[in-house]
Design a protein around this ligand. Structure first.
Ligand code: ATP
Length: 920
């Protein structure tokens, strides 16, 4: 037999490899690649255990593109087989054998059974359990949400569930500072990946957060992101580097003034793009920034887009709108209309209240269908006239359980040296700035105060933030060299690795620094909640930035009240600004989502007062306090209430938490993992309650078991333990260890044919029972995501000699406990005798399964039509008011609905496992 590159062969010694493809032919050796298992094998041509795979007319074949064909013609072209066949649309398609899917079922369980290839009954039970668990997980409302190493927090689970389930989610995650947006994004990414809705993800963020993200994704979600920086890109020589990885983290800065790199990122194609600290995207009506335009281009090529910012309006309302438009251009297409709608939020909120209380308000907008159920009407109201379904924002007030913030004001005298200089406002707020040397350290009283305070607070960790890198560097140097305080600096001049080292030194409990002195870049995104003392060496001119600074400590995980210390020079603009934030906005005690808007309202008056404080300052304070109070009220009643409605529904979150806790309690997973370990030859040892040590043994079934290295792995099933002990793997149904092991069962023949005997009272010896397990097999392009409507749906049948169905009478678990193994020679003798009977019973079982399949497919189609139909109805309704929604978008969705229907209609049964049982 002649081998040619591109031909498809099967290893009959190892059918689990799937369909191989010849990749290299040498005089005596041949190499095949087996894409299904990602392996290459080289054989001696003389005795290669290979069989050429040749399909016949009438066979069903699957292509790598996910198309199923019924073969109508086969012919050879230059040694390769060309198949012609018809697809689900009755269209004729020609494919070369090279395009065949590598996952082929070469022998059916029936053939294996009748040829005497049995597995152990425990393997059969494992296969059945695997299929049932897979189906249960596919259906679970918490699917995709149970695998993260996080506490189960209502607001995060709600958002992750809402967003993660969307097809191509596009949302703005705008929870207040420190409430867990990174974690929410991680949950969404995790869920999208796990459910197959996304496979390529690009995260763009400020350089100071890269490492933190990398670590959070790994330790909390087992997501291995590749970190791209200029150095790494320089090392990659050929091709598009972004195509080499599926999950990529990189800094936004890297793309600055680099059109070529931007184009490479655009060309690589993504399912989901995430932009952290998205308020940085520069935008103005006349001239959007380069970063904004880049994200805009990405948003056009990526179906999914997550923008993260705690302060969405930091750069103003128009800029906020521009970001919303990136997410949902259909909904947010007109800034003026958006502004007008904002004015009506209070009214909309009242309408939503009324709807929930059971009345349909008279003035309900005309485009809503009054006959719909109240819940649906509320959703439509929020979507079309409220804040839209793209914006999620939880507040400390709504989440509850946060510690208090306590302000300590420390007035200090103005030194002689500062009294004269002071040219512009910036210099008066930061009088050290004009000094090119460090001489100011000797007379600025804030420095002496800082040293004294740090010594008093010792050994408490203290975070110090100031606006400028030069100030931070000088201060840290002073503390370190002249005051003997263990400290570290964190500023933009350091490389990413140096910054992370500095942060890690600060975080180290035993030998770490007492204090970290940060420039403004340390005020964003970083996690410093292990400390409770914050010193603001100066104050920023933006309330949102102040909120960001406080948010480093006041975030999830903070165990104490947050002590905020502000040293200031008396009688200078520093005091005026502090007074305005403190007494005007009450910002130290309570966060406020309208900080920028309040600043804009009073900016001129404030700047006047900062320049020269007069009696009018008291009026400014009163006016600011009054305005802030009213704005807070207004937001609470209007916009924030609408957003809150969108951002967390306690009952839904409760149900999710119950579901996850239910799946974690009990020992189902533990027992399943034990069964996996037994089947694959992994040793287990008790470590402590709910915790095991797994080690590879000498009789492993395959060379490797996921996540079990040579040294062994400690795994815990307890969420609490996993949160405290990062050295242990937190094993859930969604941990990659379980996931990959389940795949190993699915994709091989393990346990798909078995034989056993049982004693059943009242049943004559020698009676034959056939236990068959079918699943629904739907071949469809991945992009349609048909499995969300049509999960695996295992169907178990147990037929006796007369074809009677006994599955309910004798459950699978009962059979497992009764069944006994049969010696191989006896089994082979039995098989010989029952050959024909097995065939006959199989036909009966299959016929019964076909009946059930019909119902399953009808339900799946109905579900699909109702879910996708609702999406279509929304777009159609929005199109009425928004001409920018293109007809193609609607057409596209209609096409998707019909495509799904066709593939559902063509789904068939797959026999997954077969067991022959003889009574004795
Ligand atoms: N569910 C959770 N379980 C355990 N820790 C959590 C959870 N959610 C958040 N955290 C921790 O709380 C801190 C804040 O979370 P995160 O960084 O996601 O907040 P953020 O909203 O992105 O903050 P910022 O606004 O500062 O960017 C982090 O240390 C994170 O690890």
């Amino acid at each position: 037999m002649e081998y040619l590159i591109g031909q498809r062969w099967v290893s009959h010694a190892d059918a689990q490899l799937g369909l191989g493809v010849v990749v290299e032919v040498e005089p005596r050796r041949i190499t095949l690649s087996f894409p299904a298992v990602g392996e290459e094998r080289t054989y001696a041509i003389e005795n290669a255990p290979l069989t050429r795979l040749r399909f016949k007319v009438g066979d069903h074949i699957n292509t790598v593109e996910g198309v199923e064909l019924v073969v109508t013609d086969v012919h050879e072209q230059h040694g390769l087989l060309m198949y012609t066949g018809t697809d689900h649309h009755e269209e004729q398609i020609a494919v070369s054998e090279l395009e065949l899917d590598a996952f082929v079922q070469l022998t059916t369980p029936q053939q294996r059974l009748l040829n005497g290839h049995f597995d152990k009954n425990s393997d059969f039970a494992l296969r059945v359990a695997t299929l049932e668990h897979t189906d249960r997980l596919q259906r679970s409302p918490a699917s995709g949400l149970m695998g993260s190493r996080t506490s189960l927090l209502h607001h995060q689970l709600y958002i992750a569930n809402e967003v993660g389930q969307r097809h191509a989610p596009r949302v703005l995650l705008a929870d207040e500072v420190g409430l867990g947006k990174t974690i929410e994004a991680g949950m969404i990414i995790h869920q999208q990946l796990l459910t197959g809705r996304a496979s390529r993800v690009l995260v763009l963020l400020p350089p100071s957060l890269m490492h933190q993200w990398l670590v959070e994704m790994l330790r909390r979600f087992n997501l291995h992101f590749a970190l791209f920086d200029i150095d790494r890109l320089a090392q990659m020589d050929e091709g598009n580097p972004f195509e080499a990885e599926q999950l990529v983290l990189c800094s936004m800065e890297m793309f600055e003034a680099n059109d070529h790199l931007q184009q490479l990122a655009l060309d690589a194609g993504w399912d989901l793009v995430v932009v952290d600290e998205a308020h940085h995207l520069h935008w103005s009506e006349d001239e959007p920034g380069e970063d904004y335009r880049f994200v805009e281009s990405l948003s056009q090529v990526s179906p999914g887009l997550l923008l993260l910012t705690a302060t969405p309006e930091q750069i103003g309302q128009a800029s906020h709108f521009a970001r919303l438009r990136l997410l949902d251009p259909s909904r947010f297409h007109d800034l003026e209309a958006f502004k007008e709608q904002e004015l009506e939020y209070r009214q909309m909120s009242a309408m939503a209240d009324a709807l929930e209380a059971g009345t349909v308000p008279e003035d309900l907008p005309a485009d809503l269908d009054r006959s719909l159920p109240a819940g649906e009407l509320v959703n439509q109201l929020l979507d079309r006239h409220g804040t839209g379904r793209v914006l999620f924002r939880n507040t400390r007030a709504a989440v509850e359980g946060f510690p208090q913030r306590i302000l300590h004001r420390h007035p200090l005298p103005v030194p002689e040296e500062y009294a004269h200089a002071q040219v512009d406002l910036i210099e008066r707020l930061h009088p050290e700035l004009p000094y090119y040397d460090d001489s100011w350290l000797d007379f600025d009283p804030r420095v002496e105060w800082l040293v004294k305070t740090l010594k008093e607070l010792r050994p408490e960790k203290v975070l110090v933030i100031c606006a400028h890198a030069t100030t931070a560097v000088a201060l840290e140097h002073y503390l370190h060299m002249r005051a003997g305080i263990r400290s570290s600096a964190f500023y933009e001049g350091l490389s990413i690795i140096e910054r992370d080292r500095a942060a890690a030194y600060f975080a180290d409990e035993t030998n770490g620094a007492q204090t970290l002195v940060c420039s403004e870049i340390g005020s964003e995104g970083r996690n410093f909640q292990f400390s409770r003392h914050l010193i603001l060496f100066d104050l920023p001119m933006n309330p949102d930035l102040l909120e960001q600074r406080i948010g480093r400590l006041d975030r999830i995980g903070q165990q104490h009240d947050v002590e905020i210390h502000v040293p200031y020079l008396e009688g200078t603009p520093q005091e005026t600004l502090l007074d305005w934030y403190d007494r005007g906005l009450d910002l130290f005690r309570d966060s406020c989502s309208a900080g920028t808007m309040i600043l804009e309202t009073f900016r001129d008056r404030l700047v006047e007062q900062l320049k020269t404080r007069t009696e009018a300052f008291d009026t400014l304070l009163v006016d600011s306090a009054d305005f802030t109070h009213r704005t807070r009220e207004e937001l609470r009643e209007g916009r924030d209430r609408l957003i809150e409605r969108n951002s967390c529904r306690r009952d839904v979150a409760d149900a999710l938490i119950n579901e996850i806790e239910g799946l974690e309690s009990g020992d189902t997973l533990e027992n399943y993992l034990e069964a996996l370990c037994e089947a694959f030859g992994v040793d287990q040892e008790f470590h402590s309650e709910q915790t095991l040590i797994l080690r590879p043994s000498e009789h492993m079934l395959t060379g490797h078991f996921p996540y079990v290295g040579d040294e062994g792995t400690t795994v815990t099933f307890s969420r609490d333990k996993a949160l405290a002990r990062e050295d242990m793997e937190f094993v859930t149904w969604e941990h990659p260890m379980i996931h990959e092991a389940m795949d190993m069962v699915h994709s091989t023949e393990l346990g798909n044919a078995a034989l056993g005997t049982i004693k059943l009272k009242g049943v004559a010896a020698g009676t034959m029972l056939l236990e068959a397990l079918f699943t629904v097999n739907c071949v469809a392009p991945k992009s349609l995501q048909v499995e969300r409507f049509l999960p695996l749906t295992p169907m178990r049948l147990l037929v006796d000699a007369r074809g009677k169905e006994l599955a309910n009478l004798v459950p699978h678990e009962r059979l497992n406990s009764l069944v006994e193994k049969v010696k191989k020679p006896t089994a082979l003798a039995i098989i010989k005798q029952v050959h024909r009977e097995v065939d006959a019973k199989m036909s009966l079982a299959k016929a019964q399964a076909e009946v059930r399949l019909k119902e399953v497919l009808t339900d799946a189609e109905n579900l699909m039509r109702s879910e996708l139909g609702a999406e279509l109805a929304r777009l159609e309704a929005l199109r009425e008011v928004n001409p920018s929604i293109r007809e193609e978008e609607l057409e596209n969705l209609r096409y998707r609905i019909e495509e799904c229907a066709i593939h559902i209609a063509h789904a068939n049964l797959q026999l997954q496992a077969l067991r022959l049982i003889i009574t004795t």
